[in-house]
Design a binder for this molecule. Structure first.
Ligand SMILES: C[S@@+](CC[C@H](N)C(=O)[O-])C[C@H]1O[C@@H](n2cnc3c(N)ncnc32)[C@H](O)[C@@H]1O
Length: 332
């Protein structure tokens, strides 16, 4: 009988197959059935992105990791006239409005040829990069960094030392010299490369990556790898039954490509507020003057509150990079 070790392989590979292999999680499951993103929470995200596209003089929006097209459908409502393109690993969702185009993608770090769709567009990736598998490393009992391996059932062991390029990334972005055994590093190089490959396809465009992230001064010592299933956080077992995700080292992603004319890192809260989203409740007087408008404005304020919450979606990081167009200020 083969030993457990024989079934064990680098976590990154098991993660990739569990999400994007044949019958992988994302080939069958709709994100909205398992967790709530800003795109699910409110059409106000679409409203803000439509405004950003307009202010940058862009004629369309390309949504990388489109799920079932929730953001695109909201954009069709709030940004009439925008050319909309969705990209994901499933065939075109039946719920997608007919005016939007759809491109199938291989998944993970790999993108299809967008055939010019990303030129002159706002290219949005809401919670794509956290789903790009990356090597997971751990400091062993002798203080050496080794690659975390896993079985399909989720039992983890330590394998070889990391590759030279991964080690170089660790030294630059997530140094762990002298850290105690058990310390982990999630090597963001695969996310940097994935983002750079998207930027290369986006001429005269503005790109926005939105994700839960950390930066050099706030790397989590035991990593951030988790699973999500049916609205709950679960162990990151690569058996295709759950999403597997790890936070993004967005400061590294921001420096992944030299081809940009401007680059801003900010929070969702700051960006959305500067794009006109506010959680201010409507004046009480409106309740008597126009009760319907009052209730609508109240619901709006509630949704905005969720998108702006400092310890929730508002704390997500926005990386906004331009390859030509002028971008309005997005941090205070
Ligand atoms: C966390 S979900 C986010 C879905 C949607 N953006 C939202 O905000 O609700 C990540 C999505 O990215 C998709 N995805 C992963 N890698 C991709 C790739 N290389 N190209 C296109 N979509 C990808 C997954 O299939 C999944 O639908």
């Amino acid at each position: 009988m083969p030993s457990t070790r024989a079934h064990s392989r680098p976590f990154e590979h098991a993660w990739h197959d569990a999400l994007y292999g044949p019958k992988g999680f994302y080939r069958t499951a709709a994100p909205v059935e398992h967790f709530r993103t800003s795109a699910h929470a409110s059409p106000l995200l679409a409203k803000a992105l439509a405004r950003l596209a307009r202010e940058c003089g862009l004629s369309g929006v390309v949504d990388i990791g489109s799920g079932r097209g929730e953001l695109l459908n909201a954009l069709a409502d709030v940004g009439p006239g925008l050319e909309l393109v969705g990209v994901d690993v499933v065939p075109r969702p039946t719920s997608l409005l007919p005016s939007a185009r759809w491109v199938d993608s291989p998944g993970g770090p790999d993108l299809p040829d967008l055939g010019g769709a990303a030129e002159g567009a706002l290219v949005v990736a809401n919670e794509w990069l956290d789903d790009v598998p990356c090597p997971v490393l751990q400091v062993d009992d002798r203080g050496r960094l080794r690659v975390v391996h896993t079985t399909r059932e989720g039992s983890q062991t330590l394998g070889d030392p990391p590759t030279a390029p991964d080690l170089e990334w660790v030294r630059r972005w997530w140094p762990v010299d002298g850290a105690p055994p058990g310390t982990r590093v999630e090597v963001g190089r695969s996310r940097d490369l994935a983002w750079a490959s998207l930027v290369r396809q986006a001429h005269n465009s503005v790109l926005v990556a939105i994700d839960y992230a950390h930066h050099a001064a706030s790397r989590p010592p035991t990593g951030t790898l988790v699973g999500f299933r049916a609205g709950r956080q679960v162990a990151p077992v690569p058996d295709r039954s759950c999403d597997i995700t790890a936070h993004v080292a967005m400061d590294a992603v921001a420096e992944a490509t030299p081809d940009v004319t401007s680059s801003v890192l900010t929070t969702q809260r700051e960006a959305l507020q500067l794009l006109g989203i506010t959680a201010e409740p409507p004046p009480h007087a409106l309740a008597t003057q126009n009760p319907t408008a009052y209730l609508a404005a109240l619901a709006n304020a509630g949704e905005a509150g969720e998108l702006l919450a400092r310890d929730g979606l508002g704390g997500f990081v926005w990386l906004v990079q331009s390859r030509g167009p002028q971008v309005p200020p997005l941090c205070p």
